[in-house]
Design a protein around this ligand. Structure first.
Ligand SMILES: [Zn+2]
Length: 160
């Protein structure tokens, strides 16, 4: 038995054209079975609708995670980001949701300092939301050790 704690069902469905998780012959080949999978939804423009979530939950192995990925911050206004954040806070209440995220910091797009500040703001809002809802967070931290230090600083300042 194996657990996949972090995968992207929305991207997988686009790539394969499937409507859910299918056994692609891997369980026979690797002699393992997936017992639990956590589908991370981190692009709020592609969150599954309520009927899509019901469809996804028919596979009893799947759990859900919802958040705003740091790379969506650079290209969106604060008005849009506030709306995205609101969407996350609502959708977390849907059943079988086990975490907030992925969220975090990512400077591989080389954002200017204003956009980096915006990333920190929306990351910390999601950390507070995780505390309020008593859910764990899925962290995305990508670039270098300085960036990881910023990620840890936000976590230390906002999480118990
Ligand atoms: Zn991911």
């Amino acid at each position: 038995m194996a657990v996949d704690a972090h995968f992207h069902l929305d991207q997988l469905m686009v790539k394969t054209g499937f409507t859910g998780i299918h056994d692609m012959g891997t369980s026979d080949f690797y002699k393992i079975k997936l017992s639990l999978l956590i589908a991370n939804y981190c692009n709020p423009t592609r969150f599954p609708t309520s009927s899509e979530r019901s469809e996804i939950r028919k596979d009893h192995r799947i759990r859900l995670s919802f958040g705003n990925h740091p790379r969506i911050v650079n290209s969106n206004s604060t008005t849009t980001l506030d709306m995205f954040f609101k969407n996350v806070s609502f959708i977390l209440a849907s059943s079988k949701t086990v975490s907030v995220g992925e969220c975090g910091l990512d400077t591989t797009d080389r954002p200017n300092s204003q956009n980096f500040q915006k990333q920190i703001t929306y990351f910390e809002k999601q950390l507070s939301l995780a505390v309020q809802t008593n859910l764990p967070v899925v962290i995305h931290s990508r670039r270098d050790n300085n960036l990881n230090l910023s990620t840890l600083t936000s976590m230390v300042n906002n999480l118990p």
